[in-house]
Every structure is written in C-alpha cells, then in structure tokens.
Design a protein around this ligand. Structure first.
Ligand SMILES: *Cc1c(COP(=O)(O)O)cnc(C)c1O
Length: 400
C-alpha cells in the first residue's frame, strides 16, 4: 500500500474496509480482455462475494452480468444497473416472494436446484403470466480441492439436482407450460487453485452434454459456475488471478458447440484482492506460559518462561469472519510501525469468542497501541459476512 493511501487512513475512524478502485478496475479489465477473445463466454459477478453499493456499479459498467442468491441481491444488482437480462438466480431455498421479484424483472435464468422448486416456479410464473427461463443446477459429484466447507459439487452437499435425476428433471422442465428450459448449471466450489479440478468439471459436463444429445436435448446455456481462487499467501505479488489460463482451459476442454453460450459466475477472483480490512491496535499484551518447575524439595513453583504476545485490534470476527469460520489465512501488515525489529504476535479481535483470532504466531515489526494494521485480501466474503454480534456496528467502507 502506498504512503499516500496510508496517510489518508490516519484520519479515518477504524475499523473499516478499504477498496482499491484502481485494482478492481484492472482486474475487471483483465477479465473482459480475456472473455472478449471467446465469442460465447459471459461472466456474471457473484454478488454474495461483495455487495458494496459503491463497487457494484463499477462492475456493472464493465459489462458483467450478476449472479444472485437472494431477492435482496437481485434488488442490489438492479439498483447498481446490472441489466436484468444478465441476472442469474441460484439458491436451494428460493422463497415465493423472491421468485416473483425475479419473474417481474424477466431475469436471464433461474438456476433451479430441485424438482419441487421447478414446479413452484412454473406455478408462480403462470399466476403472473410470465415464462421463467430455467437452467437446472446439476450436482456433478466432482470434489474440488478446497476447504470442506466450500466444496459444493459432491453428492453429499445440499446443492443441485442429482446427476441421476437430470434427464427426468429436464423432461419435466420441457413439459411445463410456463418454464423455458435453457440449459445446465454446474458449480463445484470456491477458492479453487488446482486447474485440474476444472478439467474434471469439464469432463463431467461433457459427459452430461453427450448423454443429453443422445436424448435429443441440446442446451442453449452451459453455466460452469465460479470458484476461481486468489493468492492469499502472496497478494502483493499476485494481485490479479490468472484469468488467461482459466478461460483458456474452458475453451480447450469444454465441448460446447456454436450457438451454445458458456456462462461463468466469478466472485472472489473479482473483488478479493482489492479489499483490505484496516484496523487499529488497541493494546499489546504479553501472556506468560507457566511451566512448572520442580524444586529440590517438595514445592513446585511456576516459571514464567515462554511469552506469548497478543496484538489486540479494534476489528474482529464481526468484520471479517473467514479466519474464525474456516481457518482462512490472510496476510497481515503493520502499516505504520517503523521498527526494524520483528517480533512474534497473535493478532486477535475484541469479540468474546476464543475463535476471534486473525492470525497466530506471525512476525510483525514491533507493534504498539495506535498502529494501523491491514488485513489483506479481504474484499471477498468479508464485508458481506459482517455481523452486529456484541452490538457492534457494521464496518464503514471507503473506495478510492
Ligand atoms: C458462491 C457462488 C459463486 C461464486 O463463487 P466464487 O468462489 O466467489 O467465485 C458462483 N456460483 C454459485 C452458484 C455460488 O454459490
């Protein structure tokens, strides 16, 4: 982070999210540059990664569509001027009210996750005299190499329609009067860095397409979901994900035909690196790990030998829950210490939960009360997951 940005932080009340507008824009440019090389590729930004009303219009302006998982997200997307006909709507538990909102705006597609949902959408569409565009979300039974909490494509996960029910579900969709069957949707998980996982996904989709073709079904839309990971270890070295290889992989391995469009739903890889959580050090405290030393006689007395140092900051899991929720790693930097001496610290928040820890035993320059700390790569699933636990207020945000 440059000195001008850091000095701008000094006058702002912490904690807050800082979004680097230039980085977001160069990330978007990198995506559109790649996508424009392929006739049929379309990207929908996954709003759940970051729904900040200052960021969404920047993403919409770049020509991306939106991927929503609730009525609230659809409304956010519309407010930010994402075109309704580029909005996809996923989720295992869509309510009637949410379905009606999506019908009212004639969205690009419902990504339908079960046959009962399909029937309800048909019924509601009939009531309001609309035709619902539908892709069926198929569970490919492909396991991505990522944290178990963010794998979505296995049979044991709650998402999607089982592969063995695919044909029946499509036949039902095609038979319903107020459903227009558009295609299939397959999302395998999040923070995926092993490109082989995407090759497996392509193979699995190719099998589906082949099987459908045998049954004279040629989907217009193949939605491959999202999940491209970012470099949480070295964000400053790799601020922009490898979109070139990502899109080229699908162009190479996915057997789509002319006339079929391929849709991507990227969240984290668009906004992850442009956001940092900025927090101030409240206290630095030392705890002694008491070993027990046996004296030569009968008494034991504690020996305060190994110390543990805690940097207690004014942000906590209420602002950024990823470390507490799935042991996520974020690079943490002290923006203001000028000490040349590195010490080992645990960086913790003020929330009354033992899991409210951002990092354990990390090196930082000698840190003191008042220092500004940046928790990097916090643009995705940070602000959107913030809560008011402990009666805290939601984090402020700045974009510049
Ligand atoms: C969360 C989600 C995405 C976006 O995932 P990222 O890892 O942020 O790219 C895409 N599609 C669906 C269906 C999702 O649930």
């Amino acid at each position: 982070m440059n000195p001008t940005t850091i000095s701008a932080f000094q006058s702002l009340e912490t904690p807050f999210y800082y979004y680097d507008k230039a980085l977001l824009q160069s990330t978007l440019r990198a995506i559109t540059d790649e996508v424009s090389q392929y006739d049929n590729f379309h990207v929908h930004y996954a709003i759940k990664a970051n729904a900040n009303p200052q960021l969404l219009p920047l993403i919409a302006q770049e020509g991306l569509g939106a991927d929503c998982v609730s009525g609230g997200e659809i409304q956010r997307a519309l407010d930010a001027h994402f075109p309704a006909n580029q909005i996809v709507f996923a989720g295992v538990g869509k309510t009637d009210k949410e379905i009606l909102l999506a019908l009212e705006h004639d969205i690009f597609s419902f990504n339908v996750e079960s046959i009962p949902e399909l029937l309800v959408i048909n019924e509601l569409a009939q009531q309001v005299n609309k035709i619902a565009n539908v892709c069926l979300r198929i569970n490919p039974n492909v396991g991505a190499h990522t944290h178990t909490h963010i794998v979505t494509g296995l049979a044991e996960n709650k998402f999607g329609i089982d592969l063995s029910d695919m044909l029946e579900a499509i036949k039902i969709a095609q038979s319903l009067s107020h459903i227009h069957f558009k295609g299939i949707h397959v999302h395998i998980g999040s923070q995926i860095l092993q490109m082989n996982d995407y090759i497996d996904q392509c193979k699995s989709i190719n099998n589906m397409l082949y099987w459908l073709e045998q049954n004279n079904i040629v989907p217009e839309v193949i939605n491959v979901g999202g999940g491209l990971g970012i470099d949480y270890q070295q964000p400053e070295r790799n601020p922009i994900a490898n979109f070139k290889d990502y899109f080229a992989l699908y162009a190479k391995h996915l057997k789509y035909k002319p006339g079929q469009s391929v849709h991507f739903e990227l969240g984290r890889s668009i906004v992850g690196q442009c956001g940092a959580l900025i927090t101030r050090v409240l206290y630095v405290k030392q705890n002694y790990m008491h070993g027990h030393v046996q004296s030569s006689l009968t008494t034991t007395y504690p020996s305060a030998s190994i110390t543990k140092q805690f940097v207690i900051v004014d942000a906590g899991m209420t602002e950024l829950i990823r470390p507490a929720l799935y042991q996520a790693h974020h690079v943490i930097v002290n923006l203001t210490s000028i000490s040349p001496i590195l010490q080992t610290y645990d960086v913790v928040g003020p929330i009354c939960e033992s899991s409210d820890v951002f990092a354990s035993s990390i090196p930082l320059p000698t840190t003191q009360r008042g220092d500004l700390i940046a928790i990097l790569s916090a643009g995705a699933y940070g602000e959107t997951m913030a809560s008011c636990y402990n009666c805290r207020t939601l984090p402020r945000t700045y974009v510049f």
